[in-house]
Write a protein that binds this ligand. Structure first.
Ligand code: ATR
Length: 288
């Protein structure tokens, strides 16, 4: 931001906790770089005050919000309108406060993921994809891969019921994609992994505090013909990615998706167009 004046517009992040989030740092960097009249702040909100917080921000004429853990589902019911992707994934990570006062819920997580694959030269069309996890993050990944006409998507999850629920929820979008699931102890898991072109960890296993762990403990499933993606960005690289990289796989950490989803949100709020990949490089250097 150039300087804060009486016309500076408010953007923000709502979640709990938000301390340590990279979004305020990089969003304000981009706002500054593009000379936009906005400021981006982080708000940690207690659950019982969530609706009041959103209504207060609406009353103040806020332009937009990112929504993070644990509210991506909770804000869903507060929206006046929802994008197709937010409906499909049942989660809102971006709220656009429209000029008529209405709140539009969007989901840019899936687009951040797909753009990051594009940047790394991976085209999902007709490819075999393997996703660990069946929570909100996994839903965005699977939805993105379905939109890009992946050939096959296999979801493996600790709780099989949750994976089945995700398959049922997303099967309306699986036009031509073979969408299947199994538990982490399914006997065919290793073979399915070995035959996959893309393997994604969309579980929380391996995050800081749990960094010695990997959702997959068999290095033999990885190979040099694969892209292995971990949505976790801290630590970087995760143990999962280290294992895959040791076997020659190309690896991608979660920072790119985080930045790219944020840039897509910024485009929705400000209606300013810019080159996401160029900006991603600048943001990465800045955060380093
Ligand atoms: P997010 O919104 O980040 O996706 P979430 O919806 O809580 O978070 O989903 C977390 C995912 O990590 C789930 O797939 C969860 O598996 P379950 O459906 O069985 O709960 C997975 N997960 C979390 N801890 C795990 C662990 N210790 N081992 C295996 N999977 C785990």
């Amino acid at each position: 931001m150039d300087k804060i004046t009486s016309t500076t517009r408010l953007l923000g992040l709502i979640g709990n906790p938000v301390k340590g989030s990279l979004s305020p740092e990089f969003q304000n960097f981009v706002i500054d770089r593009l000379n936009l009249g906005y400021v981006y702040l982080a708000f940690s909100v207690e659950h019982e005050l969530l609706v009041q917080a959103i209504e207060g921000l609406r009353a103040l004429g806020t332009s937009g919000l990112n929504v993070t853990v644990p509210y991506k589902k909770a804000v869903f019911g507060e929206m006046d309108a929802l994008s197709d992707s937010a409906k499909a994934v049942s989660a809102v990570n971006t709220v656009v406060f429209q000029e008529n006062g209405e709140l539009r819920g969007e989901n840019t997580d899936w687009l951040g993921f797909i753009k990051s694959l594009e940047r790394n030269g991976f085209e999902p069309r007709d490819k075999r994809c393997f996703v660990f996890g069946a929570g909100g993050a996994a839903a965005a990944v699977v939805y993105g891969l379905l939109r890009m006409n992946a050939g096959r998507i296999f979801i493996a999850n600790r709780t099989l019921e949750n994976a089945r629920y995700l398959v049922d929820k997303l099967s309306p979008y699986s036009d031509g994609t073979d969408l299947n699931c199994g538990s982490l102890s399914w006997p065919g898991l290793s073979e399915e992994l070995r035959e996959s072109d893309l393997i994604v960890n969309a579980t929380s296993v391996g995050m800081t505090g749990d960094e010695g762990k990997s959702i997959c403990d068999d290095p033999a499933v990885f190979g040099s013909n694969q892209i292995v993606y971990d949505l976790i960005y801290n630590p970087s690289p995760t143990f999962f990615l280290q294992m895959a990289s040791n076997e020659g796989a190309r690896t991608i950490g979660g920072l790119e998706m985080l930045i790219l989803q944020g840039l897509e949100s910024l485009k929705l709020w400000t209606r300013v167009e810019f080159d996401s990949f160029e900006m991603l490089n600048d943001v990465k250097s800045f955060l380093r």
